[in-house]
Design a binder for this molecule. Structure first.
Ligand code: NAD
Length: 540
């Protein structure tokens, strides 16, 4: 068995470092070109002529790509290519498939790192650090650890017993048919992982990237092809959501969907799959990680400076566009009296601007639609008599879609920004009486439909345990004295329950189990030659 991988070390990009220089050069290079992005169907580039443009969110007048959209004909061809490629892909065997994805990890850790990171910085407006932890480190880890886990299944899930004259075994088969991977804009790592995790196990995929991350996702598709991914195993089809659903979910060979994105889209897909079920060959696997309303609860006795740092980083890194971003906090009034003003002062120091300026902590939100949605929440809070904006509140969409890091304090724990996913740099805080810790845990548990991530800040073990038990089903990823973001592959497998998803834990072995459909094999060596049984003998 191969040795256990280690997590990819995070490069620092300090001034003068070689990685910083290389990344800046690559950013300059990518700023100069407009990439023509085709569909990739059966390994072929398909230029449909029906194009959309890809712009830089922090400089939306700048086009970085023309993207050729797949229509229904191309999506059908992609499904067929995936179906046709599966037999050969299975026959290659697990080791050969792992070798390809481990090669992907090697290329990304080495010669492709800056290309992928620069693309993610420009396409999704990430700082160098946010791109590094996403499009380089997390994706390298996904590929390496998923191969490691897949190899383990082959040994772990063999039958315990083979009596004399019998050989029992389990074939770790993939699903029969193709997997549809529908991916979100906010993590390049997730985008590439959703088609490739099932592929490691012998599945083939149709990959529908988000309209806001075509550039970086295409670079990753090119990387996988360079690593030797055979034609048809993953088919890259930029396309509309309705077109992809119409074509893929009506195909009898649809074997499953690997989705990450918003709750409403996932629920629509699930319903649509239910309707199409009678025409399908198999019961499809439905795996989806969706929205969050992630919380921080502070106990009156807690590390207040640690809480400040967790709220600032957890809420505002990547402009709050992480499914795990801290977006509601429950803080005791005594703690707020001491740390409220320092928190607001620190938040006002946050630098925001172009991702290529490495002194910026934040950049822009992803598009006009997100800008309008987020500023709508801020405007309504400004007008509300149960809210006070204590930091930020400003925005400017003239050059890029910039929204200031904003803190709202509300007296209503069920106010809209305490319970709905905003997906932007907005933190809402509810202040509670110091002696109502238990009460606020109940409010936290019941306020929102989501249950993705959350954290408790408390000094005493007893208080931590009370919160741990009271919030058992409130978060799939639970943090103690830390921010609720930043899960690492193989350390904190990721996923939430309730409206946050099927909790199949990307970055851990449980996710991979969803992409197999094992075959139990009994091989009889001592073949029975008599059909009778002893009990048929008459009594003496
Ligand atoms: P989104 O739901 O808008 O889009 C996700 C994908 O679904 C995109 O590829 C989109 O084109 C596609 N889509 C949209 N409508 C469709 C339809 N009718 N049929 C088929 N596909 C359709 O989400 P987004 O804005 O890209 O990402 C942000 C969301 O993702 C947030 O809600 C966030 O919480 C969630 N997210 C969750 C996790 C997690 O692990 N739980 C991780 C990242 C993002």
């Amino acid at each position: 068995m191969s040795s256990q991988p280690v997590n990819e070390p995070i490069l620092g990009y300090a001034p003068g470092s070689s990685e910083r220089i290389a990344l800046q050069e690559e950013l300059d290079r990518q700023m100069e070109e407009v990439v023509e992005i085709p569909c990739i169907i059966n390994g072929e580039k398909v230029y449909t002529g029906n194009t959309s443009t890809q712009v830089i969110p922090h400089k939306h007048g700048h086009i970085i790509a023309n993207v050729h959209q797949a229509g229904k004909t191309e999506i059908e061809a992609a499904c067929q290519a995936a179906i046709n490629a599966q037999e050969e892909w299975i026959n290659m065997g697990l080791e050969a498939r792992c070798a390809i994805f481990e090669r992907c990890a090697e290329l990304l850790a080495g010669p492709w790192r800056m290309k992928v990171n620069a693309s993610t910085m420009l396409n999704q407006s990430k700082t160098a650090f946010q791109a590094e932890i996403d499009s380089a480190c997390e994706l390298i880890d996904f590929w390496n650890f998923n191969c490691f886990y897949a190899r383990q299944f082959h040994d772990m899930y063999q039958p315990l017993v083979s009596p004399k004259g019998v050989e029992n075994s389990t074939e770790i088969r993939p699903l029969e048919g193709f997997v549809l991977a529908i991916t979100p804009f906010n993590f390049s790592s997730i985008a590439a992982n959703l088609p490739s995790a099932p592929a490691i196990l012998g599945n083939t995929a149709v990959w529908k990237p988000s309209r806001n991350s075509y550039h970086s996702n295409y670079v990753l598709m090119e990387l996988m092809m360079e690593a030797g991914l055979p034609a048809g195993v993953i088919n890259f089809v930029p396309s509309s959501g309705p077109d992809i659903s119409d074509v893929c979910l009506d195909n009898p060979d649809f074997a499953g969907v690997h989705f990450t994105g918003s709750t409403s889209v996932f629920q629509g897909l699930w319903q649509r799959i239910g309707e199409a079920l009678p025409n399908m060959k198999s019961y499809p696997r439905i795996v989806g990680e969706t929205g969050g309303k992630d919380f921080v609860v502070a106990h009156p006795e807690c590390d207040e400076q640690g809480l400040l740092v967790a709220l600032l980083r957890g809420s505002f890194e990547y402009q709050g566009q992480k499914c795990s971003a801290a977006s509601r906090a429950y803080i005791p009034k005594s703690v707020w009296r001491r740390m409220g003003q320092p928190l607001c002062e620190e938040v006002q120091k946050i630098t925001m601007g172009d991702a290529r300026d490495f002194t910026n902590f934040m950049t822009a939100v992803i598009d006009q639609r997100a800008f309008d949605k987020i500023t709508g929440y801020i405007d309504r809070a400004k007008a509300s008599d149960v809210c006070e904006i204590v930091a930020g509140g400003g925005s400017d969409a003239s050059v890029g879609w910039f929204i200031e890091p904003t803190i709202i304090v509300t007296s209503d724990p069920n106010y809209e920004s305490m319970v709905e996913e905003i997906f932007g740099p907005v933190l809402t805080i509810y202040l509670y009486e110091d002696d109502d810790f238990q009460g606020v845990l109940k409010i936290c548990d019941e306020a929102s439909q989501y249950a993705l991530t959350g954290s408790i800040f408390a000094t005493n073990d007893v208080d931590i345990e009370i919160a741990f038990n009271a919030l058992r089903f409130t978060a799939g990823n639970f943090y103690i004295n830390d921010k609720p973001t930043g899960a690492v592959v193989a350390q904190q497998p990721f996923g939430g329950a309730r409206a946050s998803g099927t909790n199949d834990k990307a970055g851990g072995p449980l996710n991979l189990l969803r992409w197999i459909s094992p075959r139990s094999v009994k091989h009889t060596l001592d073949i029975p030659q008599e059909w009778g049984y002893p009990f048929l003998q008459p009594d003496e």
